[in-house]
Write a protein that binds this ligand. Sequence first.
Ligand SMILES: [Zn+2]
Length: 280
Amino acid sequence: MEALGAERIASGLSQLGLRGKRVVVHSSLRSFGHVEGGAETVISALQSVCRTVLMPGFQCAANNVLPPPEQRPQQNGCDYAIHFNLRQPPEPFDVEKAPIHPQMGSISQTFARSTGVYRSDHPWHSWLAWGEDAPDYARDHPWESANQPLERLAAAGGWVVLLGVTLVSCTTIHVAEERAGRRPFIRWALDRQGRVRVVRVCGCGKGFDQLYPYCQTLFRETWIGSARILAAPLAELIERLTPVIREHPNIIRCSDTCLRCQDAALGGPIGKPVLEQLPK
Ligand SMILES: [Zn+2]
C-alpha cells in the first residue's frame, strides 16, 4: 500500500466534517499502514484541520500509594493485597517528569513532546491539549476528577475522533458511567510536598465495544489508508450512553472475572475517602 502523507490524512478528516472542530483523539499509528513521517505527520494533519486537539497523556498506577487499612473503601475495583507495589515506595507525582503509558500509543507520546502542547496535572488521567484555549483545558485539573478536561471539551461542542481504534479506547464513556451514577474508583498518590492525596480514576474500558450498537448512529465513518476513522459529537454520545449504562449495568463488563468491571457495575467504592477531609 502507498505511503500516506499529511494531505491525504487531512482530507479524510475534513470529509468527516472535522474542519474547525475541537476534538479529542484516540489513535493507533499502526492501523494506518505506512505513514510517511510517522506520528508527526498524523499530528500535523490533525492540527491543519482542527481548532483544538486533546489526547490522553495517562500515566496510570505508577505513583500508587496504599493508605492505612481504615482508609481503604470496599468495592473499589482492586485487591489491596496484590494491586499495590509495597516494596518500592512511590515517588511524589511530578507531571513534568511523568512518562506517558505506552498503551496511549505513539501518536499521543509524540504529541506530548510537540510544540504548544499543554499537559494537565493529574497522576493517572493527565490530558494533553493543543490549539485554541489549550491552556484552559490543561489547567486546574483536580485529582478528584479524572476527566475534567474532557468534560470541558464536551461542553464546548467537542468531538471524539477514533483513528484506527474502537470504543475500547473512548474515555468519554467513563464520563457517561459517572453520569449514570457510578462512583469512580479511589487511588492515592503523593503530591510534590510528599502528602498522600486521593485520586479518582476510571474503571475498565475493555467491554466498551458492546455499546457500539447503541450509539452507532452518532458516528460518522471513513477510511484513511487501512485505518477506520470514527467521529462523534461528545455531548450527544454521553447523553445517549448514560441511560444505557444506568439501565443495563452489566452491559460493559469485559469478563466474569474482572474485579473493576464487577465493582463498577455495583456502583463503585463504598465509604468516604478519609484523606479528602484532611486540610491541604
Ligand atoms: Zn473489565
